[in-house]
Design a protein around this ligand. Sequence first.
Ligand code: AMP
Length: 397
Amino acid sequence: MSFSKLGLSQPLLDAINEVGYQKPTTIQTKAIPIVLKGSNLIAAAQTGTGKTASFVLPILERLSAGQTERKKRARAIILTPTRELALQVNQSIEAYAQFTSIKSMAMFGGVDYAPQKQALIDGVDIVVATPGRLIDLYGQRAIHFDEVETLVLDEADKMLDMGFIEAINKIIARVPEDAQSLLFSATLSNPVRDLAKSAIDNPEEIAITKHSASKSNIKQWIVTVDKDMKSSLLSHLLQQNQWKQALIFIETKHGAAKLVSQLEKRGIAAEAFHSGRNQKVRQQLIESFKAGEIQYLVATGVAARGIDIENLPVVINYDLPYPADEYVHRIGRTGRADAVGEAVSLVSKDNFKNLCMIESRLGHLLERVEFEGFVPRKPVPISILNYVPKHKRGEER
Ligand code: AMP
């Protein structure tokens, strides 16, 4: 299958060529024709599968084919859970729309209203927004929804986790009833299905199966270690492997700052990325990391969604995430679109339940490695697959 067979016009094919994609990914092959014909869609797909282009390209096609005279009102809205993802989706739009006249913007909270309002006054076709700021600007009458032709809920599961349901429902209630609705989510959990049921009429449904969620181009392994030895093991791993770059996930802000200073003491320069740092700093950190100026970024889960680094060789879980789906999102930061990547997790005995949940979710055990000098005094037992946490037992029956 090639992009030219999918019904996209020349300016988009030229942009795809410029960006360097050879052929569509599975989700793109499945979703693009559905979105192009104007149908509603629910798609279960992880990040890293090429899902952004799977909705952006057909939206651009539809918008370019329609109205050519700029009405200065938003014609497509894409909702995302985080600022980082909003910026990233907007960057993708700019790349794919470079040979069209379509304009887009990213809109999110924590920054000045003025530039966003000005952009709306100048006129944008596509608004990529976090729900809170969008509803805020709608309340201020800075944006109108009456010309919206397509609404996308991107990473719907994450938006629900983050408590955006009220804002999302307000937005859904205010866009024209006949607007096309597209929902993308890593998992189609019950709350996501409920949202889809209430918001999306007669959707077509596609799923990139659970199996391909555990991507084979990512070499996943765990190192068992005692908790108090994790930071020296990490230093050892970084020094030994000399990865060009590494994204290191940790649970808390405080933990991130502490780890950065522990690494520094061992002569390893790293930066901490977490919600306690202001938006400008976070943006700069991402830019520098993308440009390769930062080798090691220690990040809390807030970064798991938005960061898209070409050729990131490794993701390290300093802490194992909870829930298991979060693990899949995190490791999806490496091995993007068929590149090869590694995902290493440092696992101590107190992470055992999380490990069981993750390995059950993947459907297989992860390769285990021990390092001389770091062999745990408290061994980590072998996981029980099909593990169901205590508080969920009974629900399955
Ligand atoms: P996403 O799942 O949208 O976050 O995309 C993951 C990565 O895949 C991004 O870096 C995209 O630039 C890249 N990508 C998307 N579509 C393709 C494609 N058809 N071929 C190669 N890379 C792609």
